[in-house]
Design a protein around this ligand. Structure first.
Ligand SMILES: [Fe+2]
Ligand SMILES: [Fe+2]
Length: 359
């Protein structure tokens, strides 16, 4: 037999300096709700801070000693509580300016004294129901957007890992390059405002970074896993992966205008370019290299250095940072190196944490 459990009663806060007014409201609403009371604005703020989202509604008087209702609303707005807790103003003031101010500060509804008890009860119930539905809907949308983003990102990571495994990698290279790129992009604008990017663009570049070496799928696995130093011809073949990856993306029969595809193209083609023009395949210099490819290039260099490959041993973190700053992996944008220096201290911890996540 299933036990029929009753849902916990919703909690509402009545704020009024008049004890009589509070008790009228409490009597009226006590049958439907758990009622708590405050006799002034300050007490109300303390209680709202204490109960937070557990409060379903605040009934608020305006003219009160110590802290008035407007100040309570302003505080709720400042602390962003007003987004989750509806407030109904109950007041005998009825000038339009007064009412307008309450709405501007985020009040949901306004009831003028003297009031009809049934109207207060109905409007309280309606407000709570509407807020509840809105919260539920917001939660559902957030959950579905979050899940879709994770799945898309997981899909890209799976495909990229398949290529990385051919390269004899542990499988963390893709996630590491992505994480380091994201950290660099979030820091770079501190050193030069021209690199300030919207968060959406940062996430896009970080996601597209997973495709940086897709051109390697066209290479013979023997080249990739050769422990000996590659000959000139072999090196040229391996280096062609950047151009091949870019060509593969360009030839995609769909979505060529999509920002993700465009960033992926830049990253594939130019992640081995260097600031002074010494990189490949096009020998671009400075900001001719898109910032997406500059950042992924540095992240790629760092992660390749710090991990063992079939042709080389792993270099410790501090040594890898030193080598990159000294230009031993080629020249990078000086602003990017500043950003790298500033995130270097937290890189290892962040990479360990991200490897514990699913993707
Ligand atoms: Fe590469
Ligand atoms: Fe790589």
């Amino acid at each position: 037999m299933t036990e029929n459990r009753k849902a916990p009663r919703q909690k509402i806060l009545i704020v009024d300096d008049s004890e009589l007014n509070r008790s009228i409201l409490a009597d009226m609403l006590g049958g439907d709700f758990d009622v708590i009371e405050a006799s002034n604005g300050r007490e109300a703020v303390e209680l709202i801070s204490l109960y937070g989202g557990k409060l379903s509604l605040v009934l608020l008087d305006i003219v009160m000693p110590q802290m008035d209702g407007f100040e309570v609303l302003a505080k709720m707005k400042e602390k962003k509580w007003i987004q989750d807790i509806p407030v109904i103003i109950i007041s005998s003031e009825n000038t339009s300016q007064f009412i307008e101010r309450a709405y501007e500060l985020g009040a949901t509804d306004y009831i003028q004294r003297p009031f009809d008890t049934n109207v207060v009860r109905r409007r309280s119930l309606n407000t709570i129901m509407l807020y509840g539905k809105q919260k539920e809907l917001k939660g559902l949308i957030e959950e579905s957007v979050y899940r879709r983003e994770r799945e898309q990102s997981l899909m890209i990571n799976i495909l990229s890992h398949i290529i990385e495994f051919r390269d004899g990698d542990s499988g963390n290279h893709i996630t590491n390059v992505r994480k380091v790129s994201e950290m660099l992009l979030n820091t770079l604008a501190k050193y030069n405002a021209k690199y300030l990017l919207p968060q959406y663009e940062i996430s896009l570049i970080a996601l597209a970074s997973a495709l940086h070496d897709i051109g390697k799928i066209t290479l013979d696995a023997d080249y990739l896993n050769k422990p000996e130093k590659l000959g000139k011809k072999e090196l040229e073949t391996v280096r062609a992966h950047s151009l091949r990856g870019a060509e593969m993306i360009k030839k995609l029969p769909y979505a060529s205008n999509e920002p993700l595809v465009q960033r992926a193209y830049e990253i594939c083609r130019w992640h081995h370019e260097r600031w002074d023009g010494s990189g490949y395949p096009d020998g671009l210099t400075g900001d001719e290299i898109p910032v997406s490819a500059q950042v992924v290039g540095l992240a790629d260099a760092y992660d390749t250095l710090t991990n063992k490959r079939v042709y080389k041993e792993a270099v410790p973190h501090s040594k890898a940072v030193e080598m990159i700053l000294n230009g031993e992996c080629g020249a990078f944008n000086p602003d990017l190196l500043e950003a790298f220096k500033s995130v270097a201290g937290t890189l290892q911890t962040n990479l360990r944490l991200s490897s514990l996540e699913d993707i």
